[in-house]
Design a protein around this ligand. Structure first.
Ligand code: DAT
Ligand code: MG
Length: 147
């Protein structure tokens, strides 16, 4: 079973979208196995966005993601990494289709509401950056056989 790291960014928290976003992933059939409201440190943010270091938007990105509380989550399910990226919508908000989270709620690429891991490697790296092992809960739900 795959796990991914999803995060409601500071703009999503400020706009009251935590519940809406959790609802979408629950309704899809994924299982929440960890979550936390937190203000992330500069070190965590730099590690998280290491691949973007040196790009024009990097400084703005790090200061944005550390500017207020975020809601970090670990979700579990078959193909959850790829399927949650589809549910999020494209990075560039001009390409984010209606029906996706970014398509429905975001206007600007820099204020795009949600982060999601893009590969199994980044999921593991990102989960470890924000969660201790004991903060991830393992449990089963009978309904999963219908999902
Ligand atoms: P994603 O968040 O879809 O994985 P990414 O990893 O390429 O996208 O970029 C990380 C974040 O950086 C993205 O959510 C918003 C911001 N960003 C990316 N490209 C940008 C750009 N051209 N201008 C401004 N912000 C950008
Ligand atoms: Mg990314």
């Amino acid at each position: 079973m795959e796990k991914t790291f999803l995060m409601v960014k500071p703009d999503g928290v400020q706009r009251g979208l935590i519940g809406e976003i959790v609802k979408r992933f629950e309704q899809k059939g994924f299982q929440l196995v960890g979550s936390k409201l937190m203000v992330i440190t500069r070190e965590q943010a730099e590690y998280h966005y290491e691949e973007h270091k040196g790009k024009g938007f990097y400084e703005e990105l790090v200061s944005f993601i550390t500017s207020g509380p975020v809601f970090g989550m670990v979700w579990e399910g078959d193909q959850v990494i790829t399927l949650s990226r589809t549910m999020m919508g494209k990075t560039n908000t001009l390409d984010a289709l209606p029906g996706t989270i970014r398509g429905d709620f975001a206007v600007h690429t820099g204020l795009n509401i949600i982060h999601g891991s893009d590969s199994p490697e980044s999921a593991e790296r990102e989960i470890n950056n924000f969660f201790k092992p004991e903060e991830i809960v393992s449990y089963s739900k009978d309904v999963n056989k219908w999902v």
